[in-house]
Design a protein around this ligand. Sequence first.
Ligand SMILES: [Zn+2]
Length: 57
Amino acid sequence: MTSESEVGMPPHPCCHDGCKTYAPFGYNTRYGTLWFCHEHKDEGEAQRIQPGFHGRT
Ligand SMILES: [Zn+2]
């Protein structure tokens, strides 16, 4: 048997270039879900796709 995962979700490293901090903040962006630490979460908010936005076809 392998080791059990306690929460079922692997820890995400921050998507900021060069930052290896654990990133608890996930943002739905055009590139998929990006994860940022507390220090860099503004970058995720800047790229976040607004839920319910269907403007482009
Ligand atoms: Zn970071």
